[in-house]
Write a protein that binds this ligand. Structure first.
Ligand SMILES: Cc1cc2nc3c(=O)[nH]c(=O)nc-3n(C[C@H](O)[C@H](O)[C@H](O)COP(=O)(O)O)c2cc1C
Length: 158
């Protein structure tokens, strides 16, 4: 089984989980990057990112450094942004073949409202089998992330 972990991460939380998952599964890793960069400050990210989500903006992504068609299975990692899905993830999932290869989703949130954002992502994933909810490292319960990642990996392998 040839696996690829694809993720988007603005402030490093999803990236940290992606690296752990890829290492444990002996999978390749691919970070999605938008051509137009997001602002550096969190306050500006909330305004710009929140606006993009509301407008259902689909950004242009930088060229991939992996041939996604050569993988049997994709494990997707996304932060939760508001209610209509993360723009870079929406751009990736416009490729329906790639979306169909996603079997597993890990998502990061600040511990707030996630249902709408999560629904927006999962409805684009027809073959989704495994999902795990992880918390931003600023949240006190993020100490449970490693245990949850371990269980997620076991489900993917089984
Ligand atoms: C634009 C924006 C919107 C967000 N919306 C939510 C939200 O609706 N609910 C929530 O729990 N966290 C929300 N967050 C927090 C992120 O999901 C959380 O910080 C996550 O760990 C970020 O992952 P990253 O470090 O990989 O970018 C939002 C963050 C940003 C930048």
């Amino acid at each position: 089984m040839k696996r690829l972990v694809v993720y988007y991460s603005l402030s490093g939380n999803t990236e940290e989980a992606a690296k752990k998952i890829a290492e444990a599964l002996d999978a390749d890793l691919m970070r999605l990057e938008t051509v137009k960069e997001m602002p550096k400050s969190f306050a500006a990210q909330i305004i710009v990112g929140g606006g993009q989500v509301m407008m259902k903006y689909v950004p242009k992504l930088k060229d991939y450094d992996k041939d996604i068609n050569s993988y049997d299975e994709i494990i997707l990692g996304s932060p939760i942004w508001n209610s209509k899905g993360v723009p870079a993830i929406n751009a990736f999932l416009e490729d329906k073949v790639a979306a169909g290869r996603v079997t597993s989703l890990f998502f990061l949130s600040g511990g707030g409202e996630v249902k709408k954002g999560l629904d927006a992502i999962t409805k684009m994933l027809p073959n989704l089998k495994n999902t795990v909810s992880l918390l931003d490292k600023k949240h006190e319960d993020s100490k449970d992330n490693d245990k949850k990642i371990q269980q997620f990996i076991e489900k993917i392998k089984s």
